[in-house]
Design a protein around this ligand. Sequence first.
Ligand code: GLN
Length: 469
Amino acid sequence: MSSKAALKRIQLIPELQKKYNIFTHIENSVAEKVLPDDSNDSNAPLSHLVTGIKDNIVTYDMPTTCGSKILLDYISPFDATCVKLLRDAGALLVGKTNLDEFGMGSAGTHSHFGPVRNPLFPNENVVAGGSSSGSAAAVAAGAVDFALGTDTGGSVRLPAAYTSILGFKPSYGRISRYGVIAYAQSLDTVGILAKDLSLLRKVFRVLDKYDEKDPTSLDNELRAAISNRCIKRNTYKIGIPREFIQGSLTKELAKELTEPLSNFLKKLLQQGHELYPVSIPSTKFALPIYFTISPAEAASNLARYDGIRYGTRSEKNDLEDGTFFSSTRDAFGQVVKDRLVLGNYSLCSETFKDSYIRAQKLRVKIIDEFDSIFRFPNLLTGSEGNAYGLDLILGLTNDGLPQSIDYYNEKKISSPTNEYKNDIFVTPMSLAGLPVISFPLLKGKPLGIQIAGQYGDDSTVLDACSLLV
Ligand code: GLN
């Protein structure tokens, strides 16, 4: 990329912001940081590449709000490791991207800064998918070359599908979580959104590093063991889990899908890949498992926003209704409050065993089922791998087309579970920590296909994607 191309993108930003509400903060000084093309530093791997960072990843020179009123004034004293790596590689950070508050949502409609609008539909108000809605819209609209998002239960892949771009969630632990504000720490994963696969891979190479500051970062020994086992192939054994295709597909999507999907599958067969119908039975519990574990972790993580440790303190008395911090914590939006109630319910002594513990057991069962179908061993669980097993699994990313913001809000209000259903195809890979990429089935259409590999086998997922897109 050249300095001219970078400046051109940066100039577009104010106009695109007005149209799509992409950013929570725009860094106006970024144009001054563009290096001349002949400077030595312009050889850095991401030099002249413009990026936006999801606003739940901390930056020392810009606010980090998580899209929440409670963090409006917050500026971190340090950069997240992933942000530091991007800066060291020469990337230009143009701002922080809008999101569902604390990453809780599937459409980009639950931000204190208002909803993100989908650039695929410039003349309508259509949801961009969530929660990394601003990151996806920034890439789709051409405001940035690539963006960082976080994927706890689909939040990189769903907005990528809705805006017809690529969204990659690496294996859990590959990219450092240090400086990523926790929503549900056993699931939170930094992901990359871009239009171009080779650029996405370049960014991943910069970020895919062990970090001693993150206790869940994959250590160098395991990284080496994984890469020693990786084999590059030209054709793959691909499973299509019936649970990821049938599910609760809307009639509308089923109609849009039939022909392009069968053409896509025919193309795979012509390329020499082997396709197998498979079943991963416990994935049918993925939604209840996810919506038990993630709110429970959130209830614990978000306890720190009390106006003393973190968060803007309310001017009002903080002991209203006999509850500590209730007026300060009233700054949370409704969705966050709902999740905190749900999470605390799962953790309370009467329900703990039947909800939280049960969900954890079922999560292990899902991981075992994935382990049993993949050829590649899972070096975290110690599974040996199945010699006759699959390299990849393939399924849909979205089970419906993006709706208008008004319609979405109306439908959602009738019950929060209407929103949870959007995550039906994306949560299983999150629960198992698998690497997975979503790419458009058809260019410019809001339909995503996702391919996932065994834990740690990120390179097969990316290699295969380059053959399939
Ligand atoms: N839609 C899911 C949720 O609301 C996923 C969010 C995410 O991945 N951050 O929890």
